[in-house]
Every structure is written in structure tokens, then in C-alpha cells.
Design a protein around this ligand. Structure first.
Ligand SMILES: NC(=O)c1ccc[n+]([C@@H]2O[C@H](COP(=O)([O-])OP(=O)(O)OC[C@H]3O[C@@H](n4cnc5c(N)ncnc54)[C@H](OP(=O)(O)O)[C@@H]3O)[C@@H](O)[C@H]2O)c1
Ligand SMILES: [Zn+2]
Length: 382
């Protein structure tokens, strides 16, 4: 069967799919899948690449087409190689099937079907417009690229990112409760960048009572970002009427439960497709213990406390053979990334594949704020 399938694709298309899978990793995981695209000229030469940066940003196909148009390239008669079936829906960014047809692209090769009902059907629209469409090239690799995302879509629950800001000895607060800020300003800025991409941020009632965090996404200058995640507090105790997390924009919800699955159901019903769980340790442990975490982001500060709140409590593991194994994740900034004095570790769940961490050096995207102090609460992690 694979021989027959391979005959559907040229060597240039197979090589382009490898590149598309690679550029897809530049995006961030979350409500939308990682997607990469490459446009091949009539002679099979690679003209342009595109990728999806995260929810609310252009899809990989639209990104590639926009880049080609900015360069004045005529895409008539070209081939689009993309890791996921082009979408058919009018979401925040318009359907890619339509953009492909309008650009005059005459052949589309994609790896896997889009499992989302509203988005599915792009292949049919393309064929209806006379575009030659083939699927299944590097399907296994494309499924692996978004394994956690496909899983969350099937389970109809939000994609879950767990965030931990900790010391070298895995403490998230000192014995007196102080925790602002364990992380470097660069790590805090990175976290605020992620907050702009997610639908909701979740903490436990204890964190609200101890830290009184705002949980808003803020820019480098401390101003609140235009797009704000829903602020969710999980636990049975009431959130004080004057708690900062309530805010004034109505983007606050209390989840009166201690069951992570129920919390996710409540969020899903609110339209949340990507939630970042930020702490404290009992909440982090509850999600990890329930096996409901897709992605782990750990900001590791070169500091020691010796005592204080541990990042995690009991996960129900008593023997090493039962330890949770995680995979290093090269997506969205890399598996290991230097952020000021901190290291950011990025991992994903799922069956281990024995991969090794790839380093990502400091880049301009993560430049520290100039003239800002780590104790400046306007740029703080909370
Ligand atoms: N460095 C960081 O990244 C970071 C981030 C956040 C917090 N922190 C620190 O973490 C500390 C708070 O951590 P924490 O573990 O004490 O509190 P927490 O995890 O924030 O909240 C625990 C509370 O959440 C509720 N809850 C809901 N579901 C639960 C479940 N499945 N299991 C247990 N509790 C559940 C319970 O309160 P109810 O009685 O209301 O149900 C429980 O008392 C603070 O010092 C804060 O500064 C650090
Ligand atoms: Zn699309």
C-alpha cells in the first residue's frame, strides 16, 4: 500500500513536507494545532514557507500566501504542501481553502485530515474548484506533531498547559509564602506572551488568598494586553469580593470543584479550548495526577530555598517504575531555552519516544526589558 501511496507524491513534495513539519514547530501549542506549509513552483522548487503561530493568528497556508504576495510571487499553477488539511470555515482568519483557490494554486498535498467538524471539508471545496488534492504524505509524522492536540479534540476538553516557576530545588514559594518573583524578568515576559495566546488561566483558591494575583496578560511596559484570557479560580472556598482576580471586565469565573476533569468540563462549556494552569502546588499536582496535562513549561531559576512550598505534592507514585515520563518539546521556543538567568524547560506528554533536549539560544524575541526591575509588579508573573 505504501508503494502505491508514494507514487502519489513526488520527491520534491516529500522533501517539502519534511520542511513543513519542521517550520510548524516554530508555532505555539494550544487551541490550534501546529501547522507548516511549503509552496512549490512548477519545477518543484521551494518558493515560500509558512506556519501557524497560535490561535487568532493566520493559518500556515494563509501565512505562506501572504508572504508570497508580499514578495510579488505569482502562485498560479503552484503546489501547496501542508501538514494538515486546509480549513473550510470562516473563523477568525477566513478559510484557507478559499485563499488557496484565489491564489491560483493548482495542487494541494496534505498529511492528515482536520478532525474539527466546522473546519473539515477543505479538501472537498478545493476539489470542487478543480484543485488536484492528495493526502496521506507523512501522515504518521504529522499526527505525532500534534498528538496531544488531536487527543484533546477527541476528548472534547481544553488543551492543558501547566506552568511552574520554580527554584533549582523545586520550590514555588518560601516558607513565609513569598514567591514574587522567583523567575527572571525575561521569564515573566515570556509567560505574559503565552497568556496572550491562551483562552483561560487557572489557579487554586489558596494562591488567590495568598498572592492576590491579577492574572492578566501584560505588555513589557506593564500595560494590559488587548486580548485577555478568562481568569479561573478552582476550589470550594469563596473568592473575596475585593480579590484582584475578579477584575472589572467580566472575564472571571470560579470553578467550585476540586476535580480537574470537572473544572475542564466547565471551562470547555465556556468556549475555552486552551487553558494554562499556573498553580499552586496542589492544583498542579491534581492535574498531573489525573493525567490531564498536555504540555509542561517550567521556568527554572538558579536559586535555592531549601524549604518552602514544593512545586508538586503527591502524584500517587510510590516506585520509580511508575514515574511519569515526559518528552522534550522543540515547539514554541524549544525544549531548553535560556531566559535571562533562568532556563525554560518545555515538555509534552504522551508515550515517551526517547528524544533528547534541543537547545535554543537567547534570541531577540526574548530580550530583557531595559530599565525594568524584577520587583516591578507591573511586569510581574501574576
Ligand atoms: N511560583 C509559581 O509558579 C506559583 C504559582 C502559583 C502559586 N504559587 C504559590 O503556591 C502557593 C499556593 O499553593 P497551594 O498548593 O497551597 O495552593 P493552590 O494549589 O493554589 O490551592 C489549593 C486549594 O485549591 C483548592 N483545590 C481545588 N482543587 C483541588 C484539588 N484537586 N486538590 C487540592 N486542592 C484543591 C483547595 O481549596 P478549597 O478549600 O477552596 O477547595 C485547596 O486548598 C502560594 O504560596 C503561591 O504563592 C506559586
Ligand atoms: Zn486555515
Amino acid at each position: 500500500m505504501s508503494d502505491a501511496m508514494n507514487q502519489d507524491f513526488s520527491d520534491a513534495e516529500a522533501a517539502a513536507m519534511d520542511i513543513a513539519l519542521h517550520v510548524a514547530l516554530r508555532g505555539h501549542r494550544g487551541a490550534n494545532p501546529l501547522v507548516g506549509a511549503v509552496v512549490l513552483g512548477r519545477g518543484g522548487e521551494q518558493l515560500i514557507t509558512g506556519y501557524h503561530r497560535g490561535a487568532g493568528t493566520p493559518h500556515a497556508e494563509a501565512d505562506a500566501i501572504a508572504k508570497a504576495q508580499a514578495k510579488g510571487l505569482d502562485l498560479t499553477g503552484t503546489t501547496m504542501v501542508v501538514t494538515l488539511e486546509p480549513c473550510n470555515h470562516i473563523g477568525r482568519t477566513g478559510p484557507c481553502a478559499r485563499a488557496i483557490i484565489d491564489a491560483g494554486i493548482s495542487r494541494v498535498v496534505y498529511a492528515v485530515d482536520d478532525p474539527h467538524d466546522p473546519a473539515a471539508g477543505g479538501a472537498g471545496t478545493l476539489r470542487g474548484a478543480g484543485v488536484d488534492v492528495q493526502s496521506g504524505l507523512a501522515a504518521a509524522e504529522a499526527l505525532k506533531l500534534n498528538r496531544e492536540w488531536f487527543h484533546a479534540v477527541e476528548a472534547t476538553r481544553p488543551f492543558v498547559t501547566l506552568h511552574i516557576a520554580q527554584t533549582l530545588d523545586s520550590r514555588i514559594a518560601a516558607t513565609d509564602g513569598t514567591s514574587q518573583w522567583i523567575s527572571s524578568p525575561e521569564s515573566l515576559a515570556d509567560n505574559h506572551g503565552l497568556r496572550r495566546l491562551i483562552d483561560a488561566i487557572l489557579v487554586g483558591t489558596e494562591t488567590v488568598l495568598v498572592d492576590n494575583p491579577r492574572l492578566t496578560a501584560r505588555e513589557a511596559d506593564g500595560q494590559e494586553s488587548e486580548s485577555q484570557p478568562l481568569r479561573a479560580v478552582m476550589g470550594l472556598r469563596d473568592v473575596p469580593a475585593d480579590a484582584a482576580v475578579r477584575g472589572i471586565d467580566g472575564k472571571f469565573i470560579q470553578l467550585p470543584t476540586r476535580d480537574p476533569a470537572e473544572a475542564l468540563d466547565l471551562l470547555f462549556a465556556q468556549g475555552v479550548r486552551h487553558v494554562m494552569v499556573e498553580g499552586g502546588s496542589r492544583i498542579l499536582s491534581a492535574f498531573l495526577g489525573a493525567g490531564l496535562v498536555d504540555e509542561l513549561i517550567v521556568y527554572l531559576a538558579p536559586t535555592l530555598l531549601g524549604a518552602g512550598t514544593p512545586a508538586l505534592t503527591d502524584l500517587g507514585i510510590s516506585t520509580l517504575a511508575d514515574a511519569q515520563q515526559w518528552n522534550w518539546d522543540d515547539a514554541g521556543g524549544g525544549a531548553v531555552h535560556a531566559l535571562g538567568r533562568d532556563l525554560r524547560l518545555h515538555l509534552r506528554s504522551g508515550p515517551t519516544d526517547g528524544n533528547k533536549p534541543a537547545w535554543k539560544s537567547h534570541d531577540e524575541h526574548h530580550e530583557p526589558f531595559r530599565g525594568k526591575d524584577a520587583s516591578d509588579t507591573t511586569t510581574g508573573g501574576h
